[in-house]
Every structure is written in structure tokens, then in C-alpha cells.
Ligand binder design. Structure first.
Ligand code: ATP
Length: 331
């Protein structure tokens, strides 16, 4: 892109571990290419309010291991209105922003598309713990959130095992089951309930606990994606069907915090780099994604139309691991 002198970077929507690493990579890649980088604070609302800080090589130092986002994040209803976006456009002009890099989820990219229609080139970077963005295999924060949930469940398992109990654990993931299935597989759950596969509770949960009990297991772990119901409801249904009273745990926002894993730091760094390079090469209005291990650019409009489905083979593998022919597993 000719005359690219100054760009803005912002984080928007739900925060995710690794967002800071992406901000650092955007700033350092920009500076290495002779482009100034402005950090817009509090997402799209910050663009409306002209809420910004100058980013330097030093100011984005020591960020790789930091959870959260130093730019803060927000959800802005005002930015969804044409009037709000006009105010954001005024800020872009006032600050002399030639382009904006927006780190967030689908909603953030819808905002990016609207801003690009006003003539400001925008590149999106997928940052959400839910991994629910169609155009990319991977979203920044997913690995860290999974590992946090796994660590919590490993601890829970110790006490469950001692007391020979059933535990129902609710994990995040919004309307998608990627996080729950990944975590459930990694902890060797008795059953995993995901929104994509809630049709037969009896078969997917009750029968599996019964089967585990018959096989001699004395404790049972059920992982529930928040989009598939609450742990309380699932616990009640298990109680009604089997007469056992499960312990209920909602892991909640802990999954959004903490130091990002190596995978999130490394992916965020590459995505941040390629986001700026896309602008340098004149490719605005795209989302950076990963496909088959490589970084790709997808036009925002196309990216927003792409869907991602839970791979049912992974679900089947999770099930098989708990009930192989001889019922020998982690349980
Ligand atoms: P997460 O997946 O973590 O929730 P997200 O980016 O999808 O992240 P949203 O709250 O859906 O989070 O969107 C973030 C912000 O993007 C919104 O608060 C709003 O400011 C902006 N946005 C969302 N949809 C639109 C839209 N259709 N037009 C303009 N701006 C939008």
C-alpha cells in the first residue's frame, strides 16, 4: 500500500490470551517497515472516542507472557450505528490512520467490514478462546483457554477420585463445542456435551455413566460446553436419571486469563506480522487465518460467510477412548 505512514491496532470483543503478543507483533512489524503504530484503546469504542496511545518498540516489550490486553477491550453498540462509525472515521482522519488492524472475533470483523466500506483499509486477526471463526483453523487464545480448563479439571479429578463421585464441569466456548470437546478428550471425560450434538442426552451422557459404572469405574467426569446447557441442569438430569448427586463446577472467566501458551504466542506473532505485511503489500480488507498450518489472507466479506463445523470424528475418538472393548481407560 503506497504511503502507508501510520496504522492503528485495537482489540475488541472478548479478550483472549495471546492478544498482547499480536499487538506487539503488529507494532514491531509496522515500525520495522517505517510505519508508525497507534494503539486504539477499548476496541471500536476507542476509535469513536479517540482513545489512543503511541506504541513504540519498547512500550510493547515484555508483553509475550502477559494475559489480557494492554489496549483493553470493549463491546460498542455505538459503532454498530452509522453515526458511531462516522465518528470513528473522523478519528481515523484526525490521527492520520492509513489502516487499522482489528484483533477479535466475528463481531469485530463485521465492524471491520463496515469501516472498510468507509474507505479505511482494515485487516482482522482472529482472537477468541472459542475457536469458532469459520475462515481459520485456529484462533488466538484457544490453546491457552483449553490448557487452563484442563489444569482445573485435573485438580478436580483428584478430589473426585478420592470421594468416588460424579463431576459436571461447564467450560466456555459460546455457541460452539470446540473447546469442550478438546478439553473433554484431553482429560478423558466420561461424556462431553456439545451444542452440535445435544440430541440424545440419554445415550450421550446417562448411558455412558451407566456403562462406566458397570465397567467398575467409581468416578465420572462430564464436560459441558456452555452452549449445550448449564452444568446445574445437566447435574439435575443426571441426578433424576441415576440417583447420584454430581458436584457442579463452572470454570468461567478463568479460562480467558493467564499467560498465553507457546502456541498462542507464536501464532499471534505470525498473524500480527502477516497482518501488517498484507497492508504493506496493498492487501487491506482481509482476515488473517491459518489453514493447514500456513497463514492465509481471506477477504473480510468471504471470511464472514465461512462456517466451521465440529469434526465428528474427534467426537467419536473421544467416546472410543473411554469405552474400548476391554473398558480399560483413564477412568
Ligand atoms: P468474541 O467472539 O470474543 O465475543 P467478537 O469480536 O465476536 O468477539 P462482539 O461483541 O460480537 O465480539 O463484537 C465486538 C464489537 O464489534 C461489537 O461490540 C461492535 O462494536 C462491533 N460489531 C459487531 N457487529 C457489528 C456490526 N454488524 N456492525 C458494526 N460493528 C459491529
Amino acid at each position: 500500500m503506497e504511503n502507508l505512514k501510520r496504522i492503528g491496532v485495537l482489540t475488541s470483543g472478548g479478550d483472549a490470551p495471546g492478544m498482547n503478543a499480536a499487538v506487539r507483533a503488529v507494532a514491531r512489524t509496522a515500525l520495522a517497515n517505517g510505519i508508525e503504530c497507534i494503539g486504539i484503546r477499548r476496541g471500536w469504542q476507542g476509535l469513536i472516542n479517540c482513545d489512543f496511545i503511541q506504541l513504540t518498540r519498547a512500550s510493547v516489550g515484555h508483553l509475550l507472557s502477559k494475559g489480557g490486553t494492554i489496549l483493553y477491550t470493549a463491546r460498542s453498540e455505538e459503532f454498530k450505528t452509522p453515526e458511531g462509525r462516522q465518528k470513528a472515521l473522523v478519528t481515523c482522519k484526525m490521527l492520520g490512520l492509513d489502516a487499522v488492524v482489528a484483533i477479535g472475533g466475528d463481531g469485530t470483523f463485521r465492524g471491520a467490514l463496515e469501516l472498510s466500506r468507509l474507505g479505511v483499509p482494515v485487516v482482522g486477526i482472529p482472537g477468541t478462546i472459542d475457536n469458532d471463526i469459520g475462515c481459520t483453523n485456529y484462533t488466538i487464545g484457544f490453546d491457552s483457554a483449553c490448557n487452563t480448563a484442563i489444569e482445573c479439571i485435573d485438580k478436580l479429578r483428584d478430589t473426585m477420585q478420592s470421594h468416588e463421585r460424579c463431576s459436571v464441569v461447564q467450560v466456555m466456548g459460546r455457541d460452539a463445542g470446540f473447546l469442550a470437546l478438546y478439553v473433554g478428550t484431553a482429560v478423558g471425560a466420561t461424556a462431553v456435551l456439545v451444542p452440535e450434538h445435544v440430541d440424545d442426552f440419554e445415550k450421550n451422557v446417562i448411558e455412558r455413566i451407566r456403562g462406566a459404572k458397570l465397567a467398575g469405574y467409581t468416578h465420572f467426569m462430564v464436560v459441558v460446553a456452555e452452549g449445550a446447557g448449564t452444568a446445574h441442569d445437566v447435574g439435575q438430569r443426571i441426578h433424576d436419571a441415576l440417583g447420584i448427586a454430581p458436584t457442579i463446577t463452572v470454570i468461567g472467566h478463568i479460562q480467558r486469563g493467564g499467560a498465553p501458551t507457546g502456541r498462542d504466542r507464536e501464532t499471534a506473532t505470525r498473524m500480527g506480522y502477516y497482518a501488517v505485511m498484507a497492508l504493506v503489500e496493498g492487501q487491506g480488507n482481509c482476515v488473517i487465518g491459518t489453514q493447514e498450518g500456513s497463514i492465509v489472507q481471506i477477504p473480510i466479506e468471504d471470511a464472514l460467510k465461512m462456517e466451521k463445523h465440529l469434526q465428528m470424528d474427534r467426537y467419536n475418538i473421544m467416546e472410543i477412548m473411554q469405552f474400548g472393548s476391554n473398558h480399560e481407560g483413564e477412568m
